[in-house]
Design a protein. Structure first.
Length: 175
């Protein structure tokens, strides 16, 4: 009897662990949680160096067919120089100030001891595209007929040296 109840407890613990790891992928934008588990997903990276700093750029594209639905961008500058970090922190905050008040364009800057990280999440399905274009300009944008296009974003990213890979459903559900 004791062996049976121990086995039952072990199975219950394993079930909870496995279930916890298969959580659907959620992206938060404008305080709303968006399930992106059914969307296609690409992850793009680019590494770079600036004087006295290392730059890590990561982008996650969530899209349906050729329409870019959500873009999540994380740009991190790592340096031992406080002056360099302050320069990047101020620059990121200045850029983000242009988008202040634009719903579904979430921007955040976090300063740590040896890094500054800028995170931006754009929900292209809900953001005011006309206002976004007014901020960013007509030239070299990713819009066609009022929709953000994946191929246009990828074309710009390629020009900047980004490498992109498809993220499979199995990779999305790993803990």
């Amino acid at each position: 009897m004791k062996r049976r109840s121990s086995l039952l407890v072990l199975l219950l613990v394993l079930l909870l662990l496995v279930t916890g790891c298969v959580e659907k992928e959620i992206v938060e934008t404008n305080g709303e949680k968006v399930n992106v588990g059914k969307m296609q997903h690409k992850h793009c990276t680019r590494l770079g160096n600036a004087d006295g700093a290392e730059v890590n750029l990561n982008y996650d594209l969530y899209y349906t067919d050729d329409i870019l639905n959500i873009l999540k961008s994380e740009e991190q500058v790592v340096s031992e120089s406080s002056d360099i970090l302050t320069t990047y922190e101020d620059a990121y905050k200045q850029i983000h100030s242009n988008y202040q008040g634009l719903d579904y364009y979430d921007a955040n800057v976090v300063r740590e001891n040896n890094s500054v990280t800028s995170t931006i999440t754009i929900n292209y399905d809900k953001v005011d595209i006309n206002r976004l274009i007014a901020i960013e300009g007509e030239e070299d944008n990713i819009f066609e007929d009022g929709k953000a296009k994946v191929d246009k974003w990828l074309e710009l990213a390629k020009k900047l040296g980004a490498k992109c890979t498809d993220v499979t459903e199995e990779e999305n559900s790993e803990a």
